[in-house]
Design a protein. Structure first.
Length: 171
């Protein structure tokens, strides 16, 4: 699956409510043949990996009042689910997230497994991840790219993310 149809499915299924978003994505994916579901998942995984950036993790930390490894995984799934423009802008400048957020913490409910669920429901098979050839999934993810910095440093947060700071100022 090329990027253009991938983003089309993502953007057409977007809903502001997490559970509704997950169900809308599953409904959109239900129209795809099994091979395309596997390709969709491969693209989703590529997008998640490309978003493994230390500054994006810092923004997630600010937005959610903290952010574990699993929380950052969920945050990146949410970001992919927001669509191409929000995703690409956030990868370049995480502070642009202030343009799509409202001051509430975010969480995502399984967008990164929607294709697997649809595959299993429509085919009755459980070989999705075997077909995806995800042996590397058993390994820990690579560390985020970028120079490490202290997410607890309020001055650094304000400097890196002025718009997000204004929206989520924890003080």
């Amino acid at each position: 699956m090329d990027w253009k149809p991938f983003w089309k499915v993502i953007e057409e299924s977007y809903r502001p409510d997490g559970p509704e978003h997950f169900e809308a994505l599953k409904a959109a994916l239900a129209n795809l043949p099994p091979d395309d579901l596997v390709c969709f998942q491969a693209r989703f995984d590529e997008a998640m990996a490309a978003a493994n950036l230390i500054d994006l993790w810092g923004a997630a930390y600010l937005v959610n009042g903290g952010c574990s490894d699993d929380g950052f995984h969920d945050f990146r799934a949410w970001l992919v689910g927001r669509g191409r423009h929000a995703y690409e802008a956030a990868l370049k400048h995480p502070d642009t997230l202030a343009d799509v957020l409202d001051g509430d913490p975010i969480s995502e409910l399984g967008l990164d497994v929607a294709a697997a669920r649809v595959y299993e429901e429509t085919t009755g098979k459980v070989d999705f991840y075997d077909r995806l050839d995800r042996a590397e999934d058993e390994l820990p993810p690579p560390p985020p790219e970028g120079d490490d910095w202290d997410f607890e440093d309020a001055a650094e947060m304000r400097k890196r993310f002025p718009k997000l700071w204004a929206l989520y100022d924890p003080s």
